[in-house]
Design a protein. Structure first.
Length: 327
C-alpha cells in the first residue's frame, strides 16, 4: 500500500473553504447495535447557514456524554469564516476531541454544500470503491467467529495467549488484514503472530519493547497512541502504517495533517472508526476514499438490531456535494 498521495493540498483546500454558520442544534438518540452491547447512544449535530445544513456525528460512549455535547455544542462560533479559521476558533471553546470532531465534520459538510463541491473535487479525484475490513473483539474461538463473517477481510483483536493452532486457523483463512494487540503482549507474542500471518499488520503492540525484527517492523501499525499529528514523533519506533481516526484526533483537519506528515515520511495510512452509526460512518468512507482507498480501512457496514448489512468486496462512496452523503 503506497503512502498517501498529496494530502497537504487537500488540507489547504479544506482550510480555505468559505463557511457561514447561522445556527447550531443537536439531536440525541439511541440505535440498537448488538456489537456495541445492545444499545448505542448517539447524536447528530447540525450547522446551518444560507438555507443549507451540514451534519456531524458524535461518538461519545454514554448518554451523559451525548447530552453534555448537545448542550455545549451551541457555543460553536457563528458568522462568516474560512473553514480553517472557524475550526481554530471552535477549538478555543470546545476542548473534548469527540465534540470537536463532530462539530468540525458538520462544518466541513456545510462548507462543501455551500461551495457546491466535495472532498473528491477538492482533491481532484474520481471516487472509487474503498477497501475495508470487518473488525471483531476478543472471543473464545476467533477462527469460528471469522468464518461467521463470510469472505470479507478482517481485523481481529488478539489474545496474546492464543495457541499456535488458533494462528494456523486464522492464517488458513487468507483474509486477516490486521491483528490488533490493543497495547498488550510482549516481543515474543508479536513475533509469533507475525510469523503465523506475515502479511497482516500488527497493530498497537505493547510499546515497551526490546526491538522488533526488521520483518515485523515492516508490518507494524499504531492506532491508540495517535491523537495528534505531532505524536508521530513520540511513537516508540517509526511504524510502517498508522490508523487515523477523526474522532480520536479531534477532527478531519488533524487527520489530514497527520496524513501529510506520513506521506513525507513514507508511512502508509488507513482510516478507522469508533462505532459511528450514521452520517459519521458515511464520512469515514469518503475520507478513506481520498486518503487510503486501498488500505485496510475499519469502516465496514455496521449491523443494526437484527439486520445484517450487505458486505460487498468494496464500498461505494458518493460523489455528491457535501461530506459523506449516502450513495
Amino acid at each position: 500500500m503506497p503512502p498517501t498521495p498529496e494530502p497537504a493540498a487537500l488540507g489547504e483546500a479544506l482550510a480555505a473553504l468559505p463557511l457561514l454558520v447561522e445556527d447550531v442544534d443537536c439531536e440525541v438518540g439511541t440505535v440498537a447495535l448488538p456489537s456495541f452491547g445492545g444499545v448505542r447512544p448517539t447524536s447528530v449535530v447540525t450547522l446551518r447557514g444560507r438555507r443549507t445544513a451540514g451534519r456531524g456525528e458524535h461518538v461519545g460512549w454514554t448518554e451523559t456524554a451525548q447530552h453534555h455535547f448537545a448542550a455545549h455544542a451551541r457555543v460553536a462560533p457563528r458568522g462568516g469564516w474560512r473553514l480553517g479559521e472557524w475550526a481554530a476558533a471552535m477549538r478555543e471553546v470546545i476542548a473534548e476531541p469527540y465534540d470537536r470532531a463532530a462539530l468540525e465534520a458538520a462544518a466541513i459538510d456545510l462548507a462543501l454544500h455551500q461551495g457546491r463541491t466535495s472532498l473528491f473535487e477538492l482533491a481532484s479525484l474520481t471516487p472509487a470503491p474503498v477497501r475495508y475490513v470487518v473488525s471483531f473483539g476478543k472471543v473464545a474461538d476467533p477462527v469460528s467467529e471469522a468464518q461467521r463473517h463470510g469472505e470479507v477481510e478482517l481485523k481481529v483483536d488478539v489474545a496474546p495467549e492464543w495457541s499456535d493452532e488458533t494462528y494456523r486457523g486464522l492464517g488458513a483463512l487468507g483474509r486477516v488484514a490486521i491483528l490488533d494487540f490493543k497495547m498488550t503482549g510482549g516481543n515474543a507474542d508479536h513475533e509469533r503472530a507475525h510469523r503465523a500471518l506475515p502479511e497482516a499488520l500488527i497493530e498497537d503492540p505493547l510499546p515497551a519493547f526490546d526491538g522488533w525484527s526488521p520483518s515485523l517492523a515492516g508490518r507494524l501499525s499504531f492506532d491508540a497512541p495517535l491523537t495528534a499529528a505531532r505524536e508521530l514523533a513520540a511513537l516508540p519506533t517509526r511504524p510502517a502504517f498508522v490508523n487515523l481516526k477523526p474522532a480520536r484526533m479531534g477532527g478531519v483537519l488533524e487527520v489530514v495533517a497527520c496524513a501529510t506528515r506520513c506521506a513525507a515520511e513514507g508511512i502508509g495510512v488507513y482510516v478507522g472508526g469508533m462505532f459511528e452509526v450514521g452520517i459519521g460512518r458515511a464520512q469515514l468512507r469518503a475520507l478513506a476514499a481520498v486518503l487510503s482507498p486501498d488500505g485496510p480501512n475499519d469502516i465496514a457496514p455496521i449491523a443494526r438490531g437484527n439486520d445484517q448489512p450487505a458486505r460487498p468486496p468494496r464500498l461505494a462512496v458518493s460523489a455528491a456535494w457535501g461530506f459523506g452523503d449516502s450513495v
